[in-house]
Design a protein around this ligand. Structure first.
Ligand SMILES: NC(=O)c1ccc[n+]([C@@H]2O[C@H](COP(=O)([O-])OP(=O)(O)OC[C@H]3O[C@@H](n4cnc5c(N)ncnc54)[C@H](OP(=O)(O)O)[C@@H]3O)[C@@H](O)[C@H]2O)c1
Length: 264
């Protein structure tokens, strides 16, 4: 069976992607930790769309996560032709105030897991000669962010990794895309205690709208997707301005978070 594998489907952007792919007739493999939500999502998608939906409930920051996924796909005889590396979270704050265990989990999830899963899936995609991989970065992929240093660094890795891989597959049917959302209305901001920051009080996009923008560009095989004019301008200015200025702007955008308070 051919299927789309999406990580982080129990809420937000991953959930919207799962519904989009199911609605256009793709079989879907859902991956996240919350088994109850995954079960409900499986039933909902199978009830509403005539597709097969399976799920894997696991903490993807764990070292054996990719082995578990690869073995499960083999057992089910599932071949992944579209991979959405979306699962992620933020641990925001001044670097000395943030929780190092969460930051190491973030590095494990955003960097180690994404890298290892991409390799595992690509090896099979090569045999078929066609595939799409979407790695979810952030506008922060372009902006080293004081008071969000580790998060923005992991997202910079995702963009650099995806851009380089894309070059390896330039003359093939396999395309690697980086999606760089800005503030999006999901559980992300609440979980990271970012809801009171300027960043999440300005232009916040709905995940369904983000996916409507991203889906056709992904299928066309675009290299980079920055959804929305506001996010495009943010990235453009961050590339034009000196880093000392973007540092200061980022600090202002993230003020309001309880771990960023050194800046009075
Ligand atoms: N929302 C924004 O403003 C924004 C902006 C830029 C980039 N992004 C990126 O967009 C992606 C999706 O985030 P979102 O906004 O949709 O946030 P969200 O609503 O919090 O969803 C995150 C998803 O990731 C899963 N997840 C988190 N840690 C996991 C782990 N260790 N193992 C397995 N699954 C895990 C969560 O499921 P479980 O809890 O069930 O495991 C959930 O399904 C992330 O990579 C994020 O960095 C978001």
């Amino acid at each position: 069976m051919k299927a789309v594998l999406i990580t982080g489907t129990t809420s937000g952007i991953g959930k919207a992607f799962a519904e989009k792919f199911a609605s256009v007739g793709n079989n879907v493999i859902l991956v996240a930790r919350n088994e109850q939500k995954l079960k409900e999502q499986q039933l909902f998608l199978q009830d509403h769309y005539n597709v097969t939906v399976k799920y894997i409930a696991y903490d993807l920051a764990k070292e054996d996560a990719v082995d578990l996924i690869a073995n499960t796909l083999d057992e089910w005889n599932v071949y992944v032709d579209i991979l959405i590396n979306n699962a992620g979270f933020n641990e925001c704050g001044l670097f000395v105030k943030t929780d190092i265990r969460k930051e190491l989990d973030m590095i494990n999830l955003h960097i180690r897991f994404t890298t290892q899963l991409t390799k595992s899936i690509l090896l099979k995609m090569e045999e078929m000669g066609w595939g799409r991989i979407l790695n979810v970065g952030s506008t922060g992929s372009f902006i080293p962010s004081p008071t969000d240093a580790v998060y923005s660094a992991t997202k910079a890795y995702i963009m650099s990794f995806s851009n380089a891989l894309r070059g390896e597959y330039s003359k093939t049917g396999i395309k690697i895309t980086t999606l760089c959302p800005g503030a999006t209305k999901t559980e992300f901001a609440t979980k990271a205690n970012l809801s009171n920051t300027l960043l999440f009080k300005m232009a916040v996009m709905k995940p369904e709208k983000l996916v409507d923008i991203a889906y056709p560009k992904l299928m066309k095989g675009k290299r980079l997707i920055i959804p929305g004019v506001y996010n495009k301008l943010l990235v453009m200015f961050s590339m034009m301005l000196p880093i000392s200025i973007t540092n200061r702007i980022t600090v202002s955008m993230l003020k309001g978070h309880d771990k960023t308070k050194k800046y009075k």
